[in-house]
Ligand binder design. Structure first.
Ligand SMILES: CCCCCCCCCCCCCC(=O)SCCNC(=O)CCNC(=O)[C@H](O)C(C)(C)COP(=O)(O)OP(=O)(O)OC[C@H]1O[C@@H](n2cnc3c(N)ncnc32)[C@H](O)[C@@H]1OP(=O)(O)O
Length: 183
């Protein structure tokens, strides 16, 4: 039987100073993926609910950028009963999935479409089910033949750092095969 958990109410709204992702120039494209995403694709379900937000990058954090309007990305994420791992708490895989997708989208916005090649996660504190956290991201400059590093952390509204992630993303080009589709 699923545990009873607190609904997020309006806690998934964009943090102060951030705008909903759909208002970004590439937001419509990303929304297409969001409907099917393992992480953000079930906005009313009892697993993970994720809502993304963006803001313009300030000059001191801007990296080498190819996108028309580079942006920083954050997410609000809620962990429901179907995200359970340890009793009453979020599964580590659900936390890593939120970190992975938030970092991936941050790279999409700062550079271009990318996939994770290497991902690391540190779990600092267990997340009680029913908690809404903010995924904060940073993205580095493009490197080598087309890759970028990103970091993210899941932070509670009281400042508790629940998890930290870092990842290497390969920026997609014509030689890659992630054009969508599937059986
Ligand atoms: C609201 C919105 C929601 C919407 C959400 C939807 C969007 C979500 C989007 C985000 C979703 C979330 C994200 C996801 O979950 S993405 C899904 C999980 N990821 C994958 O499935 C990727 C599978 N892997 C591959 O396809 C290939 O291996 C890739 C494409 C990654 C590399 O391909 P390819 O083999 O052709 O590349 P390359 O060999 O030329 O390497 C290029 C450079 O990279 C370096 N390198 C490579 N691998 C590694 C490694 N493991 N460690 C360290 N370094 C590595 C390499 O040395 C080289 O460096 P340099 O020579 O430049 O120095």
């Amino acid at each position: 039987m699923e545990a009873e958990v607190r609904e997020p109410g309006d806690a998934l709204a964009a943090p102060a100073g951030w705008r909903p992702l759909a208002t970004h120039p590439v937001g419509a494209i990303i929304a297409h993926y969001a409907e099917r995403s393992f992480v953000a694709g079930d906005p009313t379900g009892q697993g993970i609910r994720v809502r993304y937000a963006w803001r313009a990058m300030s000059p001191d954090e801007a990296c080498v950028v190819t996108a028309a309007e580079p942006a920083a990305l954050a997410a609000r994420a809620w962990f429901g009963a179907r995200a359970e791992g340890p009793p009453g708490h979020a599964h580590g895989g659900s936390m890593a999935a939120v970190l992975d997708e938030a970092m991936g989208l941050a790279v999409w916005l700062a550079h271009r479409a990318a996939v994770a090649a290497h991902l690391e996660t540190d779990f600092r504190r267990p997340i009680p089910l029913g908690t809404t956290v903010t995924a904060e991201t940073t993205v580095g400059p493009a490197e080598g033949t087309g890759k970028a590093r990103a970091t993210a952390r899941l932070v509670g509204d009281d400042g508790t750092v629940f998890a930290e992630g870092s990842a290497l993303f390969v920026l997609l080009g014509p030689r890659h095969t992630f054009a969508g589709g599937g059986a």
